[in-house]
Design a binder for this molecule. Structure first.
Ligand code: SF4
Ligand code: SF4
Length: 321
């Protein structure tokens, strides 16, 4: 019996068949607090044994076993043969009913017909059987890039598809870890917390109104930004390449909830405004349309900066975040 077949194993089914760039899968390879290797190797105390079925490192998806070995875990979950399992969805959910023929996004084939099974159909089949569902990345959480105005796919987030008040069979809400891409350690840490929670080792995590963990998304970028003292002294950059506050070149950090400026990107290093990039609001419902154009901010005088913050607060509320 392989370790993944042991009866007390908690399975994680990672479906990256939605509309995405696989950015969350790439991000997870950079996580260090904890690393995904520590999670699957059982190197953390109290963690239940885990079998991760993830295209990025599942051996069944390699050339020796072919992709059918990987997809069988999804069929087994669909037949009710895997319990418990956590379903992680990467990528937005297209509206497969908005056209006469074809499909927007598939994930494996139906063994009876040889035809693709859509990612949307998998989500509809597996979500009711999952102990918990995670939507990782802003595409899966809120629609993201593919939900921009004019996109023909009708893309939406997992909470749009299942319902924002949806609960798993264990009574758990959808957990969203947005970001474009999501922060590596925010992602790994939330997976870890959910594993502890499902394994009875941790209390239910607190989520905000956009289904984000509050300990990660409870504060604004501005509150953790290295440049905040420049803002306080009304010392604003008018171009890139300086160390002062970027609000006048388009930074949304005052109203965007994200811990990247405080946490850094990898091993505490980086974080958008800390290293010279404006915050474009990628963790927010309504991103990107509600935050565009990215690099045009009103050319305000310092005394009007609080007004800009207030107006951006209105936008934030309209965006629902
Ligand atoms: S760069 Fe952005 S987040 Fe940083 S202090 Fe300025 S407005 Fe705030
Ligand atoms: S600081 Fe802004 S742009 Fe950077 S990851 Fe956070 S929300 Fe996205």
């Amino acid at each position: 019996m392989s370790p993944a077949e042991e009866p007390d194993v908690l399975h994680i089914l990672w479906m990256n068949g939605g509309l995405s760039c696989d950015g969350e899968s790439v991000a997870l390879t950079a996580a260090t607090q904890p690393s995904i290797e520590e999670i699957v190797a059982g190197a953390l105390p109290g963690l239940p044994p885990v079998a991760l079925h993830w295209p990025y490192f599942d051996f069944d998806s390699g050339p020796e076993h072919a992709r059918d070995g990987f997809i069988q875990w999804f069929h087994r979950a669909d037949r009710g043969e895997l319990d418990p399992f956590i379903l992680i969805v990467e990528g937005s959910v297209p509206d497969e009913g908005n056209k006469d023929a074809g499909y927007w996004s598939g994930f494996g084939n139906d063994p009876r017909t040889g035809q693709p099974i859509t990612a949307t159909e998998w989500l509809g089949r597996l979500a009711p059987k999952a102990t918990a569902v995670m939507a990782v990345g802003t595409c899966a959480a809120y629609g993201g890039i593919h939900a921009m105005a004019g996109n023909p796919t009708g893309a939406m987030g997992v909470p749009d598809f299942l319902g924002a008040r949806w609960r798993s069979k264990a009574g758990l809400p959808i957990v969203c870890v947005p970001g474009c891409p999501t922060h590596p350690d925010n992602l790994a840490e939330t997976i870890l917390q959910l594993l502890y929670q499902v394994g009875g080792q941790a209390p239910a995590m607190e989520l905000d109104e956009a289904l984000r963990p509050t300990w990660l998304f409870g504060h604004t970028v501005h509150e953790g930004c290295d440049r905040a003292s420049y803002y306080d002294s009304s010392d604003f950059a008018s171009s890139y390449g300086t160390s002062n506050c970027l609000v006048k070149v388009g930074c949304w950090g005052q109203v965007v909830r994200c811990n990247v400026a405080k946490r850094g990107w990898i091993n505490g290093v980086g974080g958008c405004p800390n290293v010279g990039g404006i915050c474009i609001g990628c963790t927010m419902p309504g991103f990107p349309d509600k935050f565009m154009p990215f690099m045009e901010a009103p050319a305000v005088e310092p005394e009007y900066a609080p007004l800009v913050r207030t107006l951006r607060g209105f936008t934030l509320r309209i965006a629902g975040g």
